[in-house]
Design a protein around this ligand. Structure first.
Ligand code: GDP
Ligand code: ZN
Length: 292
């Protein structure tokens, strides 16, 4: 009989499947499920010999991939609802990078949340940060300021993560591991035992793992997920990452306008009128020029 389950982690051929009662089963996979990843909804079958087998993957909402070597991509995780992009007060901000993560999140059809951690260091931050953060709030993004040291904003963060499948991304040093620690996701003790039994214990931390959060919601985490670098995107995907463009797309003279130097470009008109921030437009140009 086929049962529904959730793939919470995978060590090579071995898949850890959580059933609807929360119990974890060590499974192998049929050939057709070879590319199953953390976060996948699957069907699995139990057999009397104890060889539980994953038999199918349910359609995915989305699939996060990471470029590994030229042209090659590795699947990291599936069915992500929210991408939490972490910045840190007191650290030189990279707004282009934030825009790049936003494009990547829109490309997944996931909801982006921007959080600025290390709020306790806000006094020492002289990067004109609030003005920039407000720009993003005005674009409709949820921006949360928090601190792992004082736990300011952490209850709000828990609330935002509730009932959703989340990942944390951002540059190194912004406090992603500290946030994971403060959220204390629950790793079922059995997972540790199971992964040790697979003989790949040392690799555990490099493998994406789905954790339950104490207040509800899930966190898919691994260094590979946290440090994931957004790839180059097609122009229509890049456009989707700029909410301020949306109302005008289709109003340019040329239907395939790239908003770079075409005449009759509505985006550039609005840029000149001050309706689009020059910094955001430059970010767009940069992403377009990085296209392969
Ligand atoms: P990651 O590289 O993004 O995982 O960042 P870490 O979690 O390793 O944090 C980098 C450094 O920032 C560590 O020294 C943390 O102790 C420190 N840190 C993290 N969160 C906060 C915070 O809210 N306030 C302050 N002052 N330091 C923090
Ligand atoms: Zn245009």
């Amino acid at each position: 009989m086929a049962n529904p389950g959730r793939l919470i982690s995978r060590f090579g051929a071995e898949m850890l499947i959580e059933d609807s009662s929360g119990e974890i089963h060590r499974c192998t996979g049929r050939k057709k499920v070879a590319d199953a990843v953390c976060g996948d909804n699957v069907t699995w079958e139990h057999n009397a010999q104890g060889n539980d087998v994953v038999t199918g993957i349910e359609p995915r909402k989305n699939l996060l991939k990471r470029p590994v070597s030229y042209g090659r991509k590795k699947n990291i995780a599936a069915n992500i609802d929210q991408v939490v992009i972490v910045l840190g007060y007191g650290m030189k901000p990279n707004w282009n990078m934030l825009d790049h993560y936003l494009v990547a999140t829109h490309a997944l059809d996931a909801r982006p949340v921007i959080i600025c951690n290390k709020l306790d260091l806000a006094d020492q931050d002289n990067f004109d940060r609030e003005r920039y953060l407000e720009d993003y709030e005005n674009l409709g993004y949820l921006v949360l300021r928090c601190s792992c040291s004082t736990e300011q904003g952490i209850p709000e963060l828990r609330n935002i993560l509730k009932d959703k499948t989340n990942i944390l991304v951002g540059q190194s040093g912004v406090g992603k591991s500290s946030i994971v620690k403060v959220l204390h996701p629950m790793l079922d003790i059995r997972i540790g035992e199971l992964s040790d039994a697979s003989g790949e214990g040392q690799h555990t931390t490099s493998v994406a793992m789905l954790y339950h959060l104490p207040d509800g919601g899930e966190l898919i985490d691994s260094p590979g997920v946290r440090d994931f670098k957004p790839e180059n995107f097609e122009r229509n995907i890049i456009e989707k990452g700029f909410p301020e463009f949306q109302q005008s797309l289709g109003e340019c003279r040329f239907h395939n306008c790239s908003h770079v130097k075409e005449p009759g470009c509505r985006i550039k008109e609005r840029l000149e009128k001050g309706e689009i921030l020059p910094r955001r437009y430059e970010s767009y140009l940069r992403l377009i020029s990085e296209q392969e």
